[in-house]
Design a protein. Structure first.
Length: 430
């Protein structure tokens, strides 16, 4: 799971209404409505939700507490909704105990607490990845056939934490059946389907979520991160950041996409914005370093990688950045050493082996280049870039027949390669 907003689930749309799902772009309207009806707790609730989803957590808490102090906000279902949203504001702040206090403060009918209190506590347990505790609360919220959408989505997220994907999917689909117009279950189902290699179905769910919540930052981000680097991804990420300026994950992905598209200035802008928001997220330093490397500043890239490694010493992404920076500086030995260390940290990624082979070949070290090429094609036999790297090393050693076979295999394999360039290499071998 990711940051606290992942667990910010829908409130009762019957009471809150569609306009409550507004974010940064509609804060002025929500604020005006709240000020026009200063004694209406529903207006305070709607404005508080908009503030939270836009990332203005302190202001959200103030507005929700104001709503609780109003004559109509201190009892019944409206008080439950205000406390639920106040808990979500604390969750977004990573304040477990503050959220738990809000969950437990919901008004109590005679003898028993409201079922919504259990759904609220389930969401709070998810903040600390306590799947078992969350499931205890969702079971209480869903007892006797109570169709709590919030609890059902929380149940699904808890199952996902336990790597029970089938159960998570079933819970999300049931939640959608209960409330098809709500966006949250569509987002998390889409994310689950993409992760379990049902990409097209997952993207369809994510597009449905975006349609249901067109101003929402979460759905836009989740859809964008499933897409390749293209203008649609940029548009979605820019919307997510516009609606929630403090959305670090969206800023980092926006920087990465712009970098892949060769747009260095906007990539730098997004990366710098992310760094200003957080000094404790290693990915922010890695992305910043990647931008520096693309700008031809390997020393700055190394500095950024070191900051990331200080936070997470076993970060494969940061170690790969170190290797690439040394390669850019022409220090082949240090680059190769760090490529090997990267692969040791994450042997599921062929990238460090491929780049080690490429760097060695570029330095005229074709024996080493061949060794890395043979390793990557052995471990990742369907990965086309590995076969290209091996073909280059073999060609450098004048093993023409084997080089041609490697290039032919590359053209039949999967992965990003320049097919025309490979065909040109084949032609040159004849």
């Amino acid at each position: 799971m990711r940051q606290g907003f992942v667990f910010a689930l829908v409130l009762s749309t019957a009471l809150v209404g569609r306009a409550a799902l507004a974010q940064e772009s509609q804060l002025d309207g929500r604020k005006a409505a709240s000020r026009a009806a200063p004694l209406d707790p529903r207006a305070a609730l709607q404005y508080g939700i908009a503030l939270r989803r836009a990332g203005h957590l302190d202001a959200a808490g103030q507005e929700l507490r104001r709503g609780l102090g109003l004559p109509g906000g201190g009892g019944g279902e409206m008080e439950i909704l205000l406390h639920f949203e106040l808990a979500r504001t604390a969750i977004d702040r990573h304040d477990f105990w503050g959220a738990m206090s809000a969950c437990r403060s919901m008004s109590t009918p005679p003898a028993t607490p409201p079922l919504a209190s259990h759904a609220c506590m389930a969401e709070d347990h998810l903040l600390w990845r306590r799947a078992s505790e969350a499931l205890v609360e969702t079971a209480a919220a869903l007892a006797n056939g109570n169709p709590s959408y919030e609890a059902k989505v929380a149940e699904a997220l808890a199952f996902e934490l336990q790597v029970k994907d089938a159960e998570a999917e079933a819970s999300l689909r049931e939640a959608i059946a209960w409330k098809p117009e709500a966006w949250e279950a569509h987002v998390w189902l889409g994310r689950l389907l993409v992760r379990t290699l049902r990409h097209d179905d997952g993207v369809a769910e994510l597009r449905r979520a975006v349609a249901l919540d067109p101003d929402g930052p979460e759905a836009a981000f989740e859809l964008a991160r499933t897409l390749p680097a293209n203008p649609e991804a940029v548009t979605l990420l820019e919307k997510a950041v516009r609606e929630r300026p403090s959305y670090v994950l969206a800023l980092l992905r926006l920087a990465e996409v712009n970098l892949e598209l060769g747009r260095l200035a906007p990539a730098r802008e997004a990366a710098d914005a992310a760094i200003k928001l957080t000094k404790s997220e290693p990915s922010a330093y890695v992305v910043t370093g990647r931008v520096s490397l693309a700008e031809g500043k390997p020393d700055l890239a190394l500095s950024a990688a070191e900051k990331a490694l200080h936070l997470v010493p076993n970060s494969a992404r940061a170690k790969l950045l170190v290797a690439d920076a040394y390669a850019a500086k022409g220090d082949v030995d240090s680059a190769v050493e760090n490529y090997q260390a990267t692969y040791w940290l994450d042997s599921s990624d062929a990238t460090p082996l491929v780049r080690a082979s490429v760097v060695c070949h570029g330095a005229g070290r074709d024996t080493s280049a061949r060794a890395f090429g043979e390793r990557v094609t052995h471990d990742f036999p369907q990965w086309a870039p590995g076969w290209v790297a091996l073909g280059d090393a073999l060609a450098g050693q004048k093993e023409i027949a084997r080089a041609r076979a490697a290039y032919d295999t590359a053209l039949q394999a999967t992965g990003p390669i320049d097919a025309e360039s490979v065909r040109a290499k084949l032609t040159a071998l004849r």
